[in-house]
Ligand binder design. Structure first.
Ligand SMILES: *Cc1c(COP(=O)(O)O)cnc(C)c1O
Length: 230
């Protein structure tokens, strides 16, 4: 099932690129393997998938140990007391939202490893429940992360509220793309070109608005048990 699901998602990405005049290689697929076993990761790897997203550290570490050649993205909320493990075991983080966490990740990145790639998560609708930095606080956080030698800031990430319809998501994704352009212009950031946005049910909309990473779990690995979600 996993190889077929991957093929179907790749076809959707291809089609979305075709429809909006984008080169398919500008959109990357992040397979969200949270709560799924290492055998599911192995099946996806055999089917040519290289990037995997995880939300929970304890759930992720054994899978990373079994598949160290894959590229591992931490996409969950980053708690301060988890920064050492995250900086040691992951290649990319998508949910950076505070200067304190940035400094801790920077300090904990092991010597000899390439800089940890980071997306800053933005909170575009001011929902207190959702993680992310307010757009008004973004320049200040970018300035701080720029100074971190062991971090490489590569773009922005955001998640529209589940209640948004596709038109609302379209506006939301466009807003994030606009913000990325603004930051890229205002700061001298050569690698700041990524947009992590779009999931199983709205990846076409996200790609139309410029997504470079779509994060897909359920449509590849099947449904998760609800008590394991957060
Ligand atoms: C779980 C999760 C996903 C994948 O969601 P699906 O609905 O399973 O495709 C993507 N991004 C983040 C941040 C997630 O936590």
């Amino acid at each position: 099932m996993i190889p077929e699901n991957l093929s179907a998602i790749r076809a959707r990405i291809q089609q979305a690129c075709l429809q909006t005049g984008r080169a398919p290689e500008t959109v990357h697929l992040l397979a969200v393997s949270k709560t799924k076993p290492a055998s599911a990761v192995a099946a996806a790897l055999r089917a040519g998938q290289h990037d995997f997203g995880e939300n929970y550290l304890q759930d992720a570490l054994p899978k990373i140990a079994q598949h160290p050649a894959a590229t591992w993205h931490f996409i969950g909320q980053i708690q301060s007391n988890k920064t050492k493990d995250i900086a040691s075991h992951f290649d990319v983080v998508h949910g950076l939202a505070s200067e304190k966490v940035a400094r801790r990740l920077n300090d904990a990145r092991p010597i000899g490893r390439p800089p940890l790639k980071v997306f800053i998560q933005v909170n575009l609708v001011n929902e207190s429940a959702k993680n992310g930095v307010a757009p008004s606080a973004l320049p200040c956080l970018v300035t701080a992360v720029k100074d971190c030698q062991n971090l490489q800031i590569i773009g922005l990430m955001a998640m529209p509220p589940a209640t948004f319809d596709l038109a609302g998501r379209h506006r939301f994704f466009n807003e994030l793309a606009e913000l990325r352009n603004q930051i890229k212009d205002d700061f001298d950031l050569p690698y700041f070109q990524e947009l992590s946005m779009g999931m199983s049910d709205d990846l076409e909309t996200a790609i139309a608005c410029g997504a470079t990473w779509v994060r897909v779990g359920t449509a590849i690995f099947g449904a998760r048990q609800s008590q394991q979600e957060a």
